[in-house]
Design a protein around this ligand. Structure first.
Ligand SMILES: Nc1nc2c(ncn2[C@@H]2O[C@H](COP(=O)(O)OP(=O)(O)OP(=O)(O)O)[C@@H](O)[C@H]2O)c(=O)[nH]1
Ligand SMILES: [Mg+2]
Length: 311
């Protein structure tokens, strides 16, 4: 062991080596994602009050540090309160979709998004934008196609009224029964997926039912490789746009209509080399949540899908 005066230098050299190794890992992981484009897409209807804060909460620097190119895309759905202007001033690219409806806004956004990977959020501060870089990395490294999120893992106690919780449980049960949808939360609006899925999906919904439809298309019809990850669901900023009864029953009828006109899976092309049907679903313990110190989530299982085939 070398000594300079009374100082032992070998441990110092070890430390330097460790730092160099850590830096080389950083460069490697950055190169893994270099050139990949991520679009963070939000539909917005009269969200001027909160959209600037939501855009600021998107960790753009963190994405860039990992080598991703990023765009923030807001679909202004005929707002009358200056939402589009506020979003533009906050750094987003804004497109206007005059046809009202959550589904219409998203379908326009999917067509406009430049990213290889699309991440969706509401424009109301309910979804944890800070988790996006880790989830995107998980999609890429895990060779996954579609990641959905589970709001019921953990939520602010004023984030959802008891009636809406009941409605969500009913829709979860029905989508599981009719389609064997493997997700615990059929209505979550935060998805992270490869854009090339969109061209293979049959998305018809103009309204809120797009949220369940995109999951059914990805997991059940296309049999894309999907997982669901737990998130913390925050209380909304600004006024709700959801109409509890209209949208609740609308989603229920949509599930029935879609099941009635269901194209047998298996007749559809599979999504990618990673697509699999396992016949049942598996769960696995993931270290994923340990990346997020601030989010305390009681259920740490991710669900990896495998829709059974439907008749
Ligand atoms: N409901 C609704 N939302 C729209 C529409 N166009 C855009 N949006 C946006 O879609 C997102 C979802 O609407 P929310 O009102 O947040 O519905 P929700 O998330 O089911 O309900 P909350 O839990 O109260 O937030 C928000 O960012 C809206 O601004 C529309 O025509 N109807
Ligand atoms: Mg919302």
């Amino acid at each position: 062991m070398s000594q300079v005066g009374s100082i032992t230098i070998e441990p110092v050299l070890d430390e330097v080596e460790c730092i160099a190794e850590a830096l080389s890992h950083f460069t490697e992981s950055k190169n893994d994602f270099e050139g990949q484009m991520v679009s963070v897409l939000m539909p917005a209807l009269n969200e001027a009050e909160c959209i600037s804060a939501v855009i600021s909460s998107i960790p753009i620097d963190e994405f860039a540090a990992r080598g991703f190119n990023i765009e923030v895309l807001v679909v202004d759905n005929g707002s009358t309160d200056g939402t589009g202007e506020v979003a533009g001033n906050a750094g987003a690219r804004v497109v206007t979709e005059p046809k009202k409806g959550y589904g219409n806004a998203y379908r326009r956004g999917f067509a406009e998004a430049k990213g290889d990977i699309i991440c969706t959020l509401d424009a109301d501060g309910t979804y944890p934008a800070s988790m996006l870089p880790d989830i995107v990395e998980r999609l890429v490294k895990g060779d996954l196609d579609f990641i959905s999120t589970n709001r019921f893992a953990s939520m602010h106690n004023e984030a959802m009224s008891p009636i809406n919780r009941l409605g969500n449980s009913l829709l979860n049960f029905i989508s599981r029964t009719l389609f064997r949808l493997p997700f615990r939360d059929s209505q979550s609006g935060m998805w992270i997926f490869r854009k090339d899925l969109i061209g293979r999906m049959d998305l018809q919904s103009s309204g809120m039912s797009l949220s369940q439809e995109i999951k059914i298309e990805a997991a059940c019809r296309l049999k894309a490789r999907c997982i669901e990850v737990p998130i913390y669901y925050e209380k909304r900023m600004g006024l709700p746009k959801l109409n509890r009864w209209r949208d609740g029953f609308g989603n229920l009828f949509h599930l029935m209509r879609k099941r009635f006109t269901w194209e047998k899976p298996g007749k559809s092309a599979s999504v990618s080399a990673t697509s699999q049907g396992f016949g049942g679903y598996q769960q696995f313990q993931s270290p994923y949540l340990s990346y997020h110190g601030t989010v305390s989530v009681p259920h740490s299982n991710n669900v990896i899908l495998s829709p059974g085939s439907q008749d």
